[in-house]
Design a protein around this ligand. Structure first.
Ligand code: F7E
Length: 360
């Protein structure tokens, strides 16, 4: 039985990692959270009462707090999922992104070097490091070509991990994780934004009896607003990924790996799959910023998705698709959830949160 520190425990990956370790190991899990006036504990509701779980205060921008935690807890594993992970806002706050995502990693590694040099460290790398890609699928050798301050901060973290590993012999790995989603995903990311939008529209349309009785005709639907529909991403389930992270932390010698599904789908395809699962039949009409995904089933036509250029990014990553064959072969990592299952799971969850009956 050992101690594990997980930063970012209230987020999607941190909470999934904590839950995985509580279920599958006997380790004590210390979940680090940043002080906030209104913290959201919903992602840890299912396990926060467990005796082997403790919430601890800390901040990646404050080395005093990181040093104190490592000195007192003496972790065998330090899993750093804490980050500002929203690429879209990284142009607006590049310094904060670097403070947390890049310098934060130095703070963790310095604390480990001084207080617990045998601790195993995981750094959450990202496919955003590859940016405007040279080839497909991208593997661990793909050049670093970030297109956002977020991507650049993760490239810095990757170099820092390598430097500490080679200079101080610390067991530190930087996993390159392609997009990974799930029911704990934040609503600002495109997948969750879509599945929440599908559930809201489903609720508006199919539960609008009162509205219809009062007003007659077509129900009033507020369409979902999205940015670039043509970007392609390699989406997987975060719950599958935390298992891959644990395998990376328990290999004999530290080595970085890519976690990915090996399939790329556009935002447009995600929209189609998500609405179809909730029994909508849509088609795309118009072009560019005037493109609209329109419901074409039943008596009424109404817009489901419209384009809002406010959601375009100053520089886009058009296509990401990863090659995770090394970790599948060498560490026997095997993801369970396909793209289709992931979409269905997220739509079902968001319908349930609105007390909607899931279509048969
Ligand atoms: O955007 C496009 C957007 O914000 C995906 C993070 O976990 O994965 C994630 O980064 C794509 C982009 O994720 C909207 O332009 C269109 O092309 O869901 P996202 P991301 O930027 O790929 C990587 C691997 C990480 O490491 C990150 O931490 O979707 N898109 N319309 C939109 N994106 C958003 N957010 N909102 C839209 O309305």
């Amino acid at each position: 039985m050992a101690n594990v520190i997980i930063t970012g425990v209230l987020g999607q990956d941190g909470s999934n990692m904590a839950e995985f370790l509580l279920k599958n190991t006997r380790h004590n899990v210390y979940g680090m959270m940043r002080r906030s006036a209104t913290p959201n504990y919903s992602n840890i509701d299912s396990f926060s009462g467990r005796s082997r779980f403790e919430l601890v205060d800390g901040d990646l921008t404050d080395e005093i707090s990181i040093n104190r935690l490592v000195k007192v807890i003496k972790p065998k594993y330090f899993i750093n999922f804490g980050a500002n992970s929203f690429v879209g806002c990284s142009w607006d706050m590049p310094l904060q992104i670097f403070e947390t995502n890049a310098l934060g990693v130095i703070r963790c590694l310095e604390a480990i070097k001084i207080y617990k040099p045998k601790c195993r460290f995981y750094s959450a790398g990202s496919s955003e490091e590859f940016g405007d890609v040279d080839y497909c699928p991208q593997d661990i050798l793909h050049p670093l070509k970030p297109r956002s301050p977020y991507g650049a901060s993760k490239c810095t973290a990757r170099h820092v991990v390598k430097v500490y590993r080679e200079s101080y012999n610390i067991f530190a790995v930087h996993g390159i994780l392609f997009n990974h989603e799930g029911v704990r995903r934040g609503g600002e990311f495109v997948t969750r934004k879509i599945t929440k939008g599908v559930a809201r529209i489903y609720d508006e349309v199919f539960h609008a009896d009162k509205w219809r009785k009062r007003n007659g005709g077509c129900p009033k639907v507020q369409p979902l607003e999205l940015g670039n529909l043509d970007a392609k991403r390699d989406w997987s389930d975060s719950e599958d990924f935390v298992q891959g992270v644990w395998l990376m932390l328990n290999q004999k010698k530290p080595k970085d790996y890519v976690l990915a599904s090996g399939e790329a789908h556009s935002i447009r395809e995600f929209v189609e799959a998500a609405f179809a699962h909730a029994d909508f039949d849509g088609d795309w009409r118009g072009e560019g910023i005037n493109e609209v995904y329109t419901n074409s089933k039943g008596r009424h036509e109404y817009p489901l998705v419209v384009v809002n250029p406010d959601f375009y990014r100053p520089a886009e990553v058009d296509l990401l698709m990863g090659d995770s064959s090394p970790i599948r072969k060498e560490l026997k990592w095997k993801p369970k959830v396909s793209f289709q299952k992931l979409v269905e799971k997220m739509v079902d969850n968001d319908l349930k949160l609105l007390n909607c009956k899931i279509p048969a």
